[in-house]
Design a binder for this molecule. Structure first.
Ligand SMILES: [Zn+2]
Ligand SMILES: [Zn+2]
Length: 360
C-alpha cells in the first residue's frame, strides 16, 4: 500500500503525480527484464520530477547548470552504441536498467542506465533531501566538513584518462597543496580499465614510491583485482569525490600489511579483532553480483568510511555518531535496491568477534 500524500523525494506533504519507474535489466542474449530484481516505482512531485530530470540531463551532458558533486559524468565520451549507459556512457557489463519518468498525463521519457547510474537516480528519487538544496560540495556531508589532512610536500602522479575524474583529482590536489607531477611520485593514482591499464601501469613502473591507488569503474573488476595483486593500497570508484580521493591518498601512505583482498569483491578482508566501531553489515541477496554491491557501497560511502569483507558479508564503517547509523544504513540500503539486506551491528556482536572476546 502506498502513501497517497507526500513526495518521498523532498519529504513535503504535496501531491506526487509523477512516477519514476525502474525496470532492472539483465543481458541474456539481449537486454531483458532481470528475473532476480523487481521493478520499482517512485512517486515524485512536480518540482522533484523536474529537479531530478534536470540533474540527469546535466549528467548526460545535455542540460545547463551545475552538476551535483559525485554525480555521474560522461567525461566527454560520446554515445555511439545503443547499449551504452545514456548517463555516464559506460557500457554496462551484464546489468542495467530502463528508467522512465511518467508524467501525470502518461507521457514517458526514458533512459537506459548502468547499475551505478541507476542506483544514483533511484536513491535521489527515494530521498533527495540529503543532496537537495545544499552546495554541490556538501554532498559528502552531513559528515561534517571535508577534512584536509596535511599532505603538503607529497607528490602525486595521475595515470587517469577519465576527464571528469582527472579534473576532480587535479582540483583536490591543488586545494591541498599537493603537487601533481608527470614523473616518479610518492603516490601514483592509476585508472583500471577493461583493457588492463592499471595493472600494466603498476607493473611497468608507474608505482608510487610510497603507495598506489586505483580508480575503478563498474566494468573494471578484473584490472582492479590485478592491480591490487600488484601492490595497490586501496581503490576508489569513478565518479570520484574530493573526499574519497583525499582519504585514498592518506590510506596510500599508511604502511602495507593488510590481511589481503577478497578476490570477488576486491574489498580488503576485515580483521574483527581491530574493529572498534559499530558497522552496517550488508548481506548480498542470492544471485546478486557481489562486486557490484561492493562497488556501489564504495561509490556511495563517504571518503573516510571503510568498506570491508567480513565473513561473507560487507561491513561498512561510517565515520558518524552511532545515532546516525540507522540513517546511513537506510540510505545505503535504498541505493542497493534489493541487492543486499542491511543491519546495524554493535562491536561486540560482530562476526568473528565473539571468539576473540571469549579468549580475552
Ligand atoms: Zn518532491
Ligand atoms: Zn552510467
Amino acid at each position: 500500500m502506498e502513501m497517497e500524500t507526500g513526495c518521498p523525494c523532498c519529504g513535503r506533504p504535496v501531491a506526487a503525480p509523477w512516477k519514476l519507474t525502474i525496470q532492472p535489466l539483465r543481458l541474456y542474449r539481449e537486454w531483458r527484464p532481470d528475473g532476480q530484481r523487481h521493478a520499482a516505482e517512485h512517486r515524485l512531485c512536480d518540482a522533484c520530477s523536474e529537479w531530478l530530470g534536470g540533474l540527469v540531463a546535466i549528467a548526460c551532458g545535455e542540460g545547463a547548470g551545475t552538476a551535483v558533486f559525485g554525480s555521474p559524468n560522461g567525461g566527454g565520451r560520446r554515445a555511439v552504441f545503443d547499449d551504452q549507459c545514456q548517463v555516464c556512457r559506460e557500457m554496462p557489463a551484464d546489468r542495467a536498467a530502463r528508467i522512465a519518468w511518467v508524467s501525470p498525463g502518461g507521457a514517458t521519457l526514458g533512459v537506459f542506465a548502468c547499475a551505478g547510474c541507476e542506483a544514483w537516480i533511484a536513491s535521489l528519487a527515494a530521498d533527495g533531501r540529503t543532496v537537495r538544496g545544499v552546495a554541490d560540495r556538501e554532498v559528502d556531508g552531513p559528515y561534517g566538513t571535508w577534512p584536509h589532512p596535511n599532505l603538503r610536500g607529497i607528490r602525486v602522479r595521475l595515470a587517469v584518462e577519465d576527464s571528469a575524474a582527472r579534473a576532480v583529482a587535479l582540483e583536490t590536489c591543488e586545494r591541498m597543496a599537493v603537487a601533481v607531477v608527470r614523473e616518479q611520485a610518492d603516490i601514483a593514482v592509476v585508472e583500471a580499465t577493461a583493457r588492463g591499464s592499471a595493472a600494466r601501469a603498476l607493473r611497468t613502473g608507474i608505482q608510487g614510491g610510497r603507495g598506489s591507488v586505483v580508480l575503478a569503474g563498474l566494468r573494471a573488476r578484473k584490472d582492479l583485482a590485478a592491480a591490487l595483486q600488484a601492490g595497490a593500497r586501496c581503490w576508489m570508484t569513478v565518479p570520484l569525490t574530493p573526499q574519497q580521493l583525499t582519504a585514498a591518498l592518506v590510506a596510500a601512505l599508511r604502511p602495507a600489511g593488510r590481511s589481503g583482498w577478497e578476490p570477488e569483491t576486491c574489498l580488503p578482508i576485515a580483521d574483527p579483532a581491530t574493529m572498534d566501531r559499530p558497522v552496517v553489515l550488508f548481506t548480498p541477496a542470492a544471485g546478486a553480483d557481489r562486486f557490484e554491491v561492493a562497488w556501489l557501497l564504495r561509490r556511495f560511502a563517504r571518503g573516510y568510511d571503510t568498506v570491508e569483507w567480513l565473513d561473507g558479508r560487507i561491513a561498512v564503517t561510517p565515520r558518524v555518531h552511532a545515532d546516525q547509523l540507522p540513517q546511513v544504513a537506510a540510505r545505503l540500503r535504498l541505493l542497493l535496491e534489493g541487492r543486499a539486506t542491511a543491519e546495524v551491528v554493535g562491536v561486540r556482536a560482530l562476526p568473528g568477534r565473539g571468539r576473540f572476546e571469549a579468549a580475552g
